[in-house]
Ligand binder design. Structure first.
Ligand code: VG1
Ligand code: CO
Length: 539
Protein backbone atom coordinates (compact mmCIF):
# COMPACT_ATOMS: atom_id res chain seq x y z
CA UNK A 1 0.00 0.00 0.00
CA UNK A 2 1.27 3.47 -0.86
CA UNK A 3 1.55 5.76 2.15
CA UNK A 4 2.07 9.50 2.11
CA UNK A 5 4.00 10.64 5.16
CA UNK A 6 4.11 14.24 6.36
CA UNK A 7 7.61 15.56 6.98
CA UNK A 8 9.54 18.73 7.76
CA UNK A 9 12.54 19.85 5.71
CA UNK A 10 16.22 19.76 6.62
CA UNK A 11 18.25 22.65 5.29
CA UNK A 12 21.62 20.98 4.62
CA UNK A 13 20.93 18.51 1.80
CA UNK A 14 23.27 20.11 -0.71
CA UNK A 15 25.29 17.70 -2.84
CA UNK A 16 29.04 18.26 -3.13
CA UNK A 17 31.79 16.88 -5.37
CA UNK A 18 30.51 13.30 -5.11
CA UNK A 19 26.82 13.38 -4.18
CA UNK A 20 25.39 13.94 -0.71
CA UNK A 21 27.92 13.08 1.98
CA UNK A 22 27.14 13.33 5.68
CA UNK A 23 27.88 11.82 9.06
CA UNK A 24 25.96 8.53 9.24
CA UNK A 25 24.08 9.78 12.29
CA UNK A 26 22.90 12.81 10.33
CA UNK A 27 21.50 10.54 7.61
CA UNK A 28 19.86 8.38 10.31
CA UNK A 29 17.79 11.30 11.64
CA UNK A 30 14.02 10.82 11.24
CA UNK A 31 12.97 11.23 7.59
CA UNK A 32 16.39 12.64 6.58
CA UNK A 33 17.13 10.01 3.94
CA UNK A 34 13.47 9.88 2.83
CA UNK A 35 13.34 13.68 2.40
CA UNK A 36 16.42 13.67 0.20
CA UNK A 37 15.20 10.82 -2.02
CA UNK A 38 11.74 12.37 -2.38
CA UNK A 39 13.38 15.70 -3.31
CA UNK A 40 15.16 13.89 -6.15
CA UNK A 41 11.92 12.27 -7.33
CA UNK A 42 10.07 15.59 -7.10
CA UNK A 43 12.81 17.24 -9.17
CA UNK A 44 12.86 14.73 -12.00
CA UNK A 45 9.09 14.46 -12.42
CA UNK A 46 6.96 11.37 -12.85
CA UNK A 47 8.73 8.02 -12.47
CA UNK A 48 6.20 6.30 -14.68
CA UNK A 49 7.88 4.00 -17.17
CA UNK A 50 11.31 4.72 -15.64
CA UNK A 51 14.01 2.24 -14.67
CA UNK A 52 16.69 2.82 -12.04
CA UNK A 53 19.77 0.94 -10.86
CA UNK A 54 20.16 0.62 -7.09
CA UNK A 55 23.14 -0.51 -5.05
CA UNK A 56 25.77 0.55 -2.58
CA UNK A 57 29.21 -0.16 -1.18
CA UNK A 58 27.89 -2.18 1.77
CA UNK A 59 28.78 0.31 4.46
CA UNK A 60 26.85 0.65 7.73
CA UNK A 61 23.19 1.68 7.15
CA UNK A 62 23.26 0.52 3.51
CA UNK A 63 20.88 -2.36 4.25
CA UNK A 64 18.30 -0.09 5.88
CA UNK A 65 18.62 2.78 3.40
CA UNK A 66 18.35 0.50 0.38
CA UNK A 67 15.00 -0.91 1.58
CA UNK A 68 13.67 2.62 2.07
CA UNK A 69 14.90 3.65 -1.36
CA UNK A 70 13.28 0.66 -3.07
CA UNK A 71 9.95 1.19 -1.29
CA UNK A 72 10.00 4.91 -2.12
CA UNK A 73 10.76 4.29 -5.80
CA UNK A 74 7.87 1.82 -5.86
CA UNK A 75 5.48 4.29 -4.18
CA UNK A 76 6.52 7.00 -6.63
CA UNK A 77 5.63 4.74 -9.54
CA UNK A 78 8.95 3.51 -10.99
CA UNK A 79 8.48 0.80 -13.62
CA UNK A 80 11.57 -1.22 -12.80
CA UNK A 81 14.46 -1.36 -10.36
CA UNK A 82 17.68 -3.22 -11.07
CA UNK A 83 19.22 -4.02 -7.69
CA UNK A 84 22.63 -5.54 -6.94
CA UNK A 85 22.50 -8.82 -5.02
CA UNK A 86 22.62 -8.14 -1.25
CA UNK A 87 22.53 -4.45 -2.14
CA UNK A 88 26.09 -4.38 -3.47
CA UNK A 89 27.10 -2.45 -6.59
CA UNK A 90 30.39 -0.59 -7.07
CA UNK A 91 30.19 2.90 -8.56
CA UNK A 92 31.73 1.86 -11.92
CA UNK A 93 29.66 -1.33 -12.14
CA UNK A 94 26.56 0.75 -11.40
CA UNK A 95 27.39 3.24 -14.15
CA UNK A 96 27.81 0.33 -16.56
CA UNK A 97 24.44 -1.17 -15.57
CA UNK A 98 22.76 2.20 -16.12
CA UNK A 99 24.27 2.65 -19.58
CA UNK A 100 23.93 -0.92 -20.74
CA UNK A 101 20.27 -1.22 -19.77
CA UNK A 102 19.32 2.23 -21.14
CA UNK A 103 17.97 3.18 -17.73
CA UNK A 104 16.94 6.58 -16.40
CA UNK A 105 19.83 6.56 -13.93
CA UNK A 106 20.35 5.21 -10.46
CA UNK A 107 21.68 5.37 -6.94
CA UNK A 108 24.91 4.16 -5.38
CA UNK A 109 24.72 4.45 -1.61
CA UNK A 110 28.28 5.31 -0.69
CA UNK A 111 30.44 8.00 0.85
CA UNK A 112 33.19 6.68 -1.44
CA UNK A 113 36.62 6.95 0.18
CA UNK A 114 35.27 8.36 3.48
CA UNK A 115 35.35 5.92 6.41
CA UNK A 116 32.16 3.98 7.21
CA UNK A 117 30.31 3.03 10.37
CA UNK A 118 27.74 4.47 12.75
CA UNK A 119 30.21 7.16 13.82
CA UNK A 120 31.68 7.74 10.36
CA UNK A 121 30.18 8.74 7.01
CA UNK A 122 27.34 7.80 4.69
CA UNK A 123 26.48 9.11 1.26
CA UNK A 124 24.26 8.95 -1.78
CA UNK A 125 25.47 9.26 -5.38
CA UNK A 126 22.66 9.97 -7.80
CA UNK A 127 23.18 9.53 -11.56
CA UNK A 128 20.93 10.27 -14.54
CA UNK A 129 20.50 8.41 -17.84
CA UNK A 130 24.14 9.11 -18.81
CA UNK A 131 25.25 6.82 -15.97
CA UNK A 132 27.12 9.82 -14.56
CA UNK A 133 26.35 11.97 -11.54
CA UNK A 134 23.92 14.76 -12.29
CA UNK A 135 25.19 18.24 -13.20
CA UNK A 136 25.10 21.16 -10.76
CA UNK A 137 22.00 22.60 -12.43
CA UNK A 138 20.08 19.52 -11.23
CA UNK A 139 21.73 19.22 -7.81
CA UNK A 140 20.76 22.87 -7.19
CA UNK A 141 17.12 22.09 -7.98
CA UNK A 142 17.15 19.03 -5.71
CA UNK A 143 18.59 21.20 -2.92
CA UNK A 144 15.87 23.82 -3.44
CA UNK A 145 13.23 21.11 -3.37
CA UNK A 146 14.62 19.61 -0.16
CA UNK A 147 14.21 22.92 1.66
CA UNK A 148 10.46 23.01 1.21
CA UNK A 149 9.51 19.33 1.22
CA UNK A 150 6.29 18.54 3.11
CA UNK A 151 5.66 14.86 2.43
CA UNK A 152 7.11 11.75 0.93
CA UNK A 153 5.69 8.55 -0.47
CA UNK A 154 6.65 5.06 0.62
CA UNK A 155 5.22 1.63 -0.16
CA UNK A 156 4.30 -0.26 2.97
CA UNK A 157 5.53 -3.84 2.74
CA UNK A 158 7.95 -6.21 4.47
CA UNK A 159 11.61 -5.85 3.47
CA UNK A 160 12.58 -7.42 0.16
CA UNK A 161 14.95 -10.37 0.23
CA UNK A 162 17.92 -9.06 -1.73
CA UNK A 163 19.97 -12.24 -1.45
CA UNK A 164 18.29 -14.23 -4.24
CA UNK A 165 18.95 -13.43 -7.89
CA UNK A 166 15.75 -13.16 -9.90
CA UNK A 167 12.72 -11.02 -10.66
CA UNK A 168 9.90 -10.14 -8.31
CA UNK A 169 7.18 -7.52 -8.11
CA UNK A 170 6.43 -4.95 -5.44
CA UNK A 171 3.29 -2.93 -6.07
CA UNK A 172 3.42 -2.30 -9.81
CA UNK A 173 7.22 -2.21 -9.93
CA UNK A 174 9.41 -5.00 -11.30
CA UNK A 175 12.38 -5.62 -9.07
CA UNK A 176 15.24 -7.47 -10.68
CA UNK A 177 18.00 -8.65 -8.40
CA UNK A 178 21.16 -9.24 -10.36
CA UNK A 179 24.72 -10.47 -9.93
CA UNK A 180 26.50 -7.07 -9.84
CA UNK A 181 29.81 -8.55 -10.98
CA UNK A 182 28.83 -10.44 -14.15
CA UNK A 183 28.15 -7.49 -16.47
CA UNK A 184 31.18 -5.64 -15.17
CA UNK A 185 33.47 -8.58 -15.94
CA UNK A 186 32.00 -8.88 -19.44
CA UNK A 187 32.69 -5.22 -20.08
CA UNK A 188 36.32 -5.58 -18.96
CA UNK A 189 36.74 -8.65 -21.20
CA UNK A 190 35.58 -6.54 -24.13
CA UNK A 191 38.11 -3.78 -23.42
CA UNK A 192 41.28 -5.69 -22.52
CA UNK A 193 43.17 -8.66 -23.90
CA UNK A 194 42.40 -11.20 -21.16
CA UNK A 195 44.42 -13.93 -22.90
CA UNK A 196 47.57 -11.79 -22.65
CA UNK A 197 46.84 -11.08 -18.99
CA UNK A 198 46.39 -14.80 -18.27
CA UNK A 199 49.78 -15.43 -19.88
CA UNK A 200 51.34 -12.81 -17.61
CA UNK A 201 50.18 -14.61 -14.46
CA UNK A 202 51.07 -18.00 -15.93
CA UNK A 203 54.67 -16.79 -16.17
CA UNK A 204 54.65 -16.21 -12.41
CA UNK A 205 53.85 -12.50 -12.25
CA UNK A 206 52.66 -11.51 -8.75
CA UNK A 207 50.29 -8.80 -7.59
CA UNK A 208 48.58 -7.60 -4.46
CA UNK A 209 45.20 -5.91 -4.67
CA UNK A 210 44.07 -4.24 -1.45
CA UNK A 211 40.26 -3.99 -1.49
CA UNK A 212 40.32 -2.26 1.91
CA UNK A 213 37.32 -4.33 3.08
CA UNK A 214 35.14 -2.41 0.67
CA UNK A 215 32.98 -3.18 -2.33
CA UNK A 216 35.61 -4.27 -4.90
CA UNK A 217 36.89 -7.34 -3.02
CA UNK A 218 34.51 -9.80 -4.75
CA UNK A 219 35.03 -8.10 -8.15
CA UNK A 220 38.81 -8.34 -7.79
CA UNK A 221 38.74 -11.95 -6.63
CA UNK A 222 36.58 -12.93 -9.60
CA UNK A 223 38.70 -11.05 -12.16
CA UNK A 224 42.27 -11.38 -10.93
CA UNK A 225 42.23 -14.68 -9.07
CA UNK A 226 39.47 -16.76 -10.69
CA UNK A 227 39.65 -15.57 -14.30
CA UNK A 228 43.18 -14.28 -14.83
CA UNK A 229 44.91 -16.82 -12.58
CA UNK A 230 46.66 -14.59 -10.07
CA UNK A 231 47.56 -16.74 -7.02
CA UNK A 232 44.84 -17.14 -4.35
CA UNK A 233 45.32 -14.50 -1.71
CA UNK A 234 46.49 -11.86 -4.20
CA UNK A 235 43.41 -9.89 -3.19
CA UNK A 236 43.62 -8.86 0.45
CA UNK A 237 40.95 -7.31 2.71
CA UNK A 238 38.58 -8.82 0.18
CA UNK A 239 35.47 -9.09 2.34
CA UNK A 240 33.25 -6.00 2.29
CA UNK A 241 32.54 -5.00 5.90
CA UNK A 242 30.07 -2.37 7.20
CA UNK A 243 32.89 -0.40 8.85
CA UNK A 244 35.59 -1.50 6.35
CA UNK A 245 37.22 -3.30 9.29
CA UNK A 246 38.20 0.09 10.66
CA UNK A 247 40.18 0.91 7.52
CA UNK A 248 39.85 4.29 5.83
CA UNK A 249 39.19 3.06 2.27
CA UNK A 250 41.06 5.84 0.51
CA UNK A 251 43.81 4.30 -1.64
CA UNK A 252 46.74 6.63 -1.11
CA UNK A 253 50.15 6.55 0.56
CA UNK A 254 48.67 7.50 3.93
CA UNK A 255 45.56 5.32 4.26
CA UNK A 256 46.70 2.27 2.28
CA UNK A 257 49.77 2.07 4.52
CA UNK A 258 49.73 -1.71 4.90
CA UNK A 259 49.93 -2.17 1.13
CA UNK A 260 52.56 0.55 0.77
CA UNK A 261 54.72 -1.03 3.51
CA UNK A 262 54.41 -4.41 1.79
CA UNK A 263 55.33 -2.99 -1.63
CA UNK A 264 58.37 -1.23 -0.15
CA UNK A 265 59.53 -4.42 1.65
CA UNK A 266 61.89 -7.02 0.23
CA UNK A 267 58.96 -9.44 -0.20
CA UNK A 268 57.03 -7.04 -2.43
CA UNK A 269 54.90 -8.39 -5.26
CA UNK A 270 55.62 -7.28 -8.84
CA UNK A 271 52.58 -5.05 -8.77
CA UNK A 272 50.55 -3.43 -5.99
CA UNK A 273 47.20 -1.71 -6.21
CA UNK A 274 44.17 -0.64 -4.17
CA UNK A 275 40.64 0.68 -4.68
CA UNK A 276 38.49 2.95 -2.54
CA UNK A 277 35.19 2.30 -0.75
CA UNK A 278 33.02 2.30 -3.87
CA UNK A 279 35.61 1.09 -6.37
CA UNK A 280 36.12 4.17 -8.52
CA UNK A 281 39.59 5.16 -7.28
CA UNK A 282 42.88 3.31 -7.77
CA UNK A 283 46.44 3.41 -6.53
CA UNK A 284 49.30 1.91 -8.55
CA UNK A 285 52.58 0.70 -7.04
CA UNK A 286 55.58 -1.16 -8.38
CA UNK A 287 58.32 -2.80 -6.33
CA UNK A 288 59.44 0.02 -4.01
CA UNK A 289 57.86 2.46 -6.42
CA UNK A 290 54.76 4.68 -6.42
CA UNK A 291 53.06 6.14 -9.48
CA UNK A 292 51.28 9.45 -8.91
CA UNK A 293 47.73 9.46 -10.30
CA UNK A 294 48.66 12.39 -12.57
CA UNK A 295 51.54 10.39 -14.06
CA UNK A 296 49.33 7.32 -14.31
CA UNK A 297 46.82 9.18 -16.48
CA UNK A 298 49.65 10.40 -18.72
CA UNK A 299 51.15 6.92 -19.04
CA UNK A 300 47.84 5.20 -19.80
CA UNK A 301 47.06 7.82 -22.44
CA UNK A 302 50.48 7.42 -24.06
CA UNK A 303 49.91 3.64 -24.29
CA UNK A 304 46.34 3.55 -25.59
CA UNK A 305 47.39 1.61 -28.68
CA UNK A 306 48.24 -1.44 -26.55
CA UNK A 307 44.60 -1.96 -25.57
CA UNK A 308 42.19 -3.67 -28.01
CA UNK A 309 39.30 -1.27 -27.27
CA UNK A 310 41.40 1.83 -27.98
CA UNK A 311 43.92 0.66 -30.55
CA UNK A 312 42.14 2.38 -33.43
CA UNK A 313 42.40 5.77 -31.77
CA UNK A 314 41.05 7.84 -28.93
CA UNK A 315 39.23 11.16 -29.06
CA UNK A 316 41.03 13.17 -26.46
CA UNK A 317 41.79 13.38 -22.78
CA UNK A 318 40.46 15.38 -19.84
CA UNK A 319 41.88 16.18 -16.43
CA UNK A 320 40.77 18.23 -13.47
CA UNK A 321 42.52 21.56 -13.10
CA UNK A 322 44.24 20.39 -9.92
CA UNK A 323 45.75 17.37 -11.71
CA UNK A 324 49.31 17.83 -13.03
CA UNK A 325 49.85 18.88 -16.63
CA UNK A 326 51.77 15.66 -17.46
CA UNK A 327 48.92 14.32 -19.61
CA UNK A 328 48.82 17.61 -21.53
CA UNK A 329 52.25 16.88 -22.99
CA UNK A 330 51.06 13.44 -24.07
CA UNK A 331 47.91 14.89 -25.66
CA UNK A 332 50.09 17.33 -27.60
CA UNK A 333 52.46 14.61 -28.80
CA UNK A 334 49.55 12.47 -30.02
CA UNK A 335 47.70 15.48 -31.39
CA UNK A 336 44.47 14.71 -29.53
CA UNK A 337 42.01 16.98 -27.68
CA UNK A 338 42.92 18.13 -24.19
CA UNK A 339 40.44 19.51 -21.64
CA UNK A 340 40.84 20.95 -18.16
CA UNK A 341 37.72 20.80 -15.97
CA UNK A 342 36.76 21.57 -12.36
CA UNK A 343 37.26 18.85 -9.73
CA UNK A 344 34.55 16.17 -9.85
CA UNK A 345 33.84 13.45 -12.39
CA UNK A 346 30.50 14.94 -13.46
CA UNK A 347 32.39 17.55 -15.50
CA UNK A 348 33.76 14.84 -17.79
CA UNK A 349 30.32 13.47 -18.68
CA UNK A 350 29.43 16.01 -21.38
CA UNK A 351 32.92 15.71 -22.88
CA UNK A 352 32.55 11.93 -23.13
CA UNK A 353 28.98 12.06 -24.43
CA UNK A 354 30.04 14.48 -27.18
CA UNK A 355 33.05 12.36 -28.22
CA UNK A 356 35.53 15.02 -27.17
CA UNK A 357 37.42 12.76 -24.78
CA UNK A 358 38.00 9.04 -24.30
CA UNK A 359 40.23 9.10 -21.20
CA UNK A 360 40.06 11.28 -18.12
CA UNK A 361 41.57 11.49 -14.68
CA UNK A 362 42.02 13.33 -11.44
CA UNK A 363 44.97 13.67 -9.10
CA UNK A 364 42.81 12.14 -6.35
CA UNK A 365 43.48 8.60 -7.60
CA UNK A 366 40.74 8.58 -10.22
CA UNK A 367 41.21 7.37 -13.79
CA UNK A 368 38.72 6.20 -16.34
CA UNK A 369 37.44 6.20 -19.88
CA UNK A 370 34.22 6.64 -21.81
CA UNK A 371 33.30 2.95 -21.36
CA UNK A 372 31.24 4.33 -18.45
CA UNK A 373 30.55 7.77 -16.92
CA UNK A 374 32.39 7.27 -13.64
CA UNK A 375 36.01 6.69 -12.79
CA UNK A 376 36.93 3.04 -12.62
CA UNK A 377 39.51 1.57 -10.25
CA UNK A 378 39.72 -1.96 -11.67
CA UNK A 379 39.83 -0.62 -15.25
CA UNK A 380 42.96 1.39 -14.41
CA UNK A 381 44.58 -1.66 -12.84
CA UNK A 382 43.79 -3.88 -15.83
CA UNK A 383 45.21 -1.15 -18.10
CA UNK A 384 48.49 -1.09 -16.15
CA UNK A 385 48.71 -4.90 -16.14
CA UNK A 386 48.11 -4.85 -19.90
CA UNK A 387 50.99 -2.42 -20.47
CA UNK A 388 53.21 -4.68 -18.36
CA UNK A 389 52.04 -7.79 -20.25
CA UNK A 390 52.63 -6.22 -23.67
CA UNK A 391 55.95 -4.50 -22.96
CA UNK A 392 57.47 -6.94 -20.47
CA UNK A 393 58.58 -3.94 -18.41
CA UNK A 394 58.08 -3.21 -14.71
CA UNK A 395 55.98 -0.38 -13.29
CA UNK A 396 59.16 1.52 -12.48
CA UNK A 397 60.69 1.02 -15.95
CA UNK A 398 57.48 2.13 -17.66
CA UNK A 399 57.30 5.26 -15.53
CA UNK A 400 60.96 6.21 -15.82
CA UNK A 401 60.90 5.77 -19.59
CA UNK A 402 57.84 7.98 -19.68
CA UNK A 403 59.70 10.72 -17.81
CA UNK A 404 62.64 10.41 -20.18
CA UNK A 405 60.32 10.93 -23.11
CA UNK A 406 58.18 13.73 -21.69
CA UNK A 407 59.97 15.16 -18.65
CA UNK A 408 58.57 14.88 -15.15
CA UNK A 409 55.91 16.86 -13.32
CA UNK A 410 56.83 16.68 -9.65
CA UNK A 411 53.54 16.76 -7.85
CA UNK A 412 52.18 16.72 -4.30
CA UNK A 413 48.90 17.48 -2.58
CA UNK A 414 48.61 18.93 0.92
CA UNK A 415 45.32 18.71 2.84
CA UNK A 416 44.63 20.96 5.81
CA UNK A 417 41.71 19.30 7.58
CA UNK A 418 39.25 20.11 10.36
CA UNK A 419 39.25 23.86 9.75
CA UNK A 420 36.15 25.88 10.60
CA UNK A 421 34.09 26.76 7.55
CA UNK A 422 34.42 30.44 8.38
CA UNK A 423 38.24 30.37 8.59
CA UNK A 424 38.46 28.40 5.33
CA UNK A 425 36.06 30.70 3.47
CA UNK A 426 37.90 33.79 4.74
CA UNK A 427 41.24 32.36 3.67
CA UNK A 428 40.00 31.64 0.17
CA UNK A 429 38.29 35.01 -0.14
CA UNK A 430 41.35 36.89 1.05
CA UNK A 431 43.52 34.95 -1.38
CA UNK A 432 41.16 35.57 -4.26
CA UNK A 433 41.15 39.29 -3.51
CA UNK A 434 44.91 39.51 -3.62
CA UNK A 435 45.49 37.32 -6.70
CA UNK A 436 45.83 40.28 -9.11
CA UNK A 437 48.49 41.87 -6.91
CA UNK A 438 50.67 38.73 -6.94
CA UNK A 439 51.92 39.06 -10.54
CA UNK A 440 55.66 39.72 -10.68
CA UNK A 441 56.21 38.98 -6.98
CA UNK A 442 58.88 36.51 -5.95
CA UNK A 443 58.49 33.76 -3.34
CA UNK A 444 61.47 31.56 -2.43
CA UNK A 445 62.97 31.94 -5.88
CA UNK A 446 59.66 31.50 -7.76
CA UNK A 447 58.25 34.51 -9.63
CA UNK A 448 54.49 34.72 -10.12
CA UNK A 449 53.52 34.97 -13.78
CA UNK A 450 49.82 35.43 -13.11
CA UNK A 451 47.13 34.23 -10.75
CA UNK A 452 43.41 33.77 -11.23
CA UNK A 453 40.39 31.73 -10.18
CA UNK A 454 39.82 28.65 -12.33
CA UNK A 455 36.67 29.18 -14.38
CA UNK A 456 35.36 26.44 -16.67
CA UNK A 457 32.94 26.92 -19.50
CA UNK A 458 31.37 23.63 -20.56
CA UNK A 459 31.61 23.42 -24.36
CA UNK A 460 28.38 21.42 -24.57
CA UNK A 461 25.88 23.22 -22.32
CA UNK A 462 27.83 26.48 -21.95
CA UNK A 463 27.42 26.42 -18.16
CA UNK A 464 30.25 28.05 -16.22
CA UNK A 465 31.77 26.75 -13.00
CA UNK A 466 34.31 28.45 -10.78
CA UNK A 467 36.42 26.07 -8.73
CA UNK A 468 39.72 26.86 -7.04
CA UNK A 469 42.40 29.52 -7.37
CA UNK A 470 45.57 29.00 -9.40
CA UNK A 471 48.93 30.74 -9.10
CA UNK A 472 51.18 30.28 -12.16
CA UNK A 473 54.93 30.87 -11.95
CA UNK A 474 57.32 31.92 -14.71
CA UNK A 475 59.07 28.50 -14.76
CA UNK A 476 55.77 26.67 -15.39
CA UNK A 477 55.20 25.64 -11.77
CA UNK A 478 51.70 25.98 -10.35
CA UNK A 479 49.92 26.10 -7.03
CA UNK A 480 46.21 25.28 -6.95
CA UNK A 481 44.08 26.06 -3.89
CA UNK A 482 40.56 24.80 -3.36
CA UNK A 483 38.11 23.74 -0.69
CA UNK A 484 37.03 20.11 -0.51
CA UNK A 485 33.45 19.34 -1.43
CA UNK A 486 33.28 15.83 0.01
CA UNK A 487 33.75 16.37 3.74
CA UNK A 488 31.00 15.55 6.21
CA UNK A 489 31.91 18.27 8.73
CA UNK A 490 34.07 21.44 8.85
CA UNK A 491 36.28 22.39 5.92
CA UNK A 492 39.38 20.98 4.26
CA UNK A 493 41.73 23.21 2.28
CA UNK A 494 43.55 21.38 -0.48
CA UNK A 495 46.81 22.77 -1.86
CA UNK A 496 48.22 21.17 -5.02
CA UNK A 497 51.83 21.77 -6.07
CA UNK A 498 53.39 21.09 -9.43
CA UNK A 499 56.88 21.67 -10.80
CA UNK A 500 58.10 20.52 -14.19
CA UNK A 501 61.61 19.30 -14.93
CA UNK A 502 62.84 18.09 -18.30
CA UNK A 503 66.18 16.82 -16.98
CA UNK A 504 66.04 16.12 -13.24
CA UNK A 505 64.06 12.92 -13.40
CA UNK A 506 65.00 11.01 -10.26
CA UNK A 507 64.80 13.54 -7.46
CA UNK A 508 62.80 13.22 -4.25
CA UNK A 509 59.49 15.07 -4.84
CA UNK A 510 59.58 16.52 -1.32
CA UNK A 511 62.97 18.07 -1.98
CA UNK A 512 61.95 19.31 -5.42
CA UNK A 513 58.81 20.95 -4.01
CA UNK A 514 60.18 22.25 -0.72
CA UNK A 515 60.50 25.90 -1.73
CA UNK A 516 57.20 25.84 -3.61
CA UNK A 517 55.43 24.47 -0.54
CA UNK A 518 56.83 27.33 1.52
CA UNK A 519 55.58 29.74 -1.12
CA UNK A 520 52.14 28.07 -0.94
CA UNK A 521 51.98 28.54 2.85
CA UNK A 522 53.00 32.21 2.61
CA UNK A 523 50.82 33.21 -0.33
CA UNK A 524 47.60 31.94 1.29
CA UNK A 525 48.72 32.91 4.83
CA UNK A 526 47.94 29.37 5.97
CA UNK A 527 49.84 29.36 9.30
CA UNK A 528 48.51 32.77 10.35
CA UNK A 529 44.93 31.97 9.44
CA UNK A 530 44.62 28.31 10.41
CA UNK A 531 47.31 27.90 13.06
CA UNK A 532 48.64 24.97 11.03
CA UNK A 533 52.31 24.89 10.05
CA UNK A 534 52.00 21.51 8.37
CA UNK A 535 49.41 19.69 6.31
CA UNK A 536 47.39 16.93 7.99
CA UNK A 537 47.56 14.60 4.99
CA UNK A 538 50.16 14.67 2.22
CA UNK A 539 49.62 12.54 -0.89
C1 VG1 B 1 37.43 14.61 -3.86
C2 VG1 B 1 38.51 14.63 -4.92
C3 VG1 B 1 37.87 14.71 -6.30
C4 VG1 B 1 36.88 13.55 -6.48
C5 VG1 B 1 35.88 13.54 -5.35
C6 VG1 B 1 34.95 12.34 -5.41
O1 VG1 B 1 36.69 15.81 -3.91
O2 VG1 B 1 39.41 15.69 -4.71
O3 VG1 B 1 38.89 14.68 -7.26
O4 VG1 B 1 36.21 13.66 -7.70
O5 VG1 B 1 36.55 13.51 -4.09
O6 VG1 B 1 35.68 11.15 -5.32
P1 VG1 B 1 36.98 17.06 -2.95
O7 VG1 B 1 35.94 18.07 -3.33
O8 VG1 B 1 36.89 16.57 -1.53
O9 VG1 B 1 38.37 17.51 -3.26
V1 VG1 B 1 34.99 9.69 -4.81
O10 VG1 B 1 36.02 8.49 -5.03
O11 VG1 B 1 33.54 10.14 -4.54
O12 VG1 B 1 33.87 9.23 -5.66
CO1 CO C 1 35.01 6.67 -4.73
Amino acid sequence: MIKTIATTPYTDQKMGTGGLRKKTKVIMQPNYFENFIQSIFNTIGSLEGKTFVIGGDGRFYNDIAIQKLIKMAVANGAAKLIVGQNGFVSTPAGSNLMLKNHTNGGFVLSASHNPGGENADFGIKYANETGGQVPTSITDKIFQNSKSIKEYKIFEAPDIDLSVIGTQKLGNTIIEIIDPIKDYVEMMENIFDFAALKQLFKKGFTMRFDAMNAVTGPYAQRIFEEILGAPKGSVVHAKPLPDFGGLHPDPNLVYAKELVDFMYSDNAADFGCANDGDGDRNMILGKKFFVTPSDSLAILTDNYQLIPAYKNGIYGVGKSAATSTAVGRVAKAHNIGYYEVPTGWKYFVNLMDSNRITFCGEESFGTGSSHIREKDGIWAILFWLSIIAKTGKSVEEITREHWEKYGRSYYMRFDFEGISTETADDLMQNLENKLPSLSGKEFYGYTVKDAAPFVYKDPVDNSTTKNGLIVYFTDGSRIVYRLSGTGSSGATIRVYLERFSAKDLAKDPRAMLEELSKAAMDIAEIPERTGKHQADVVT
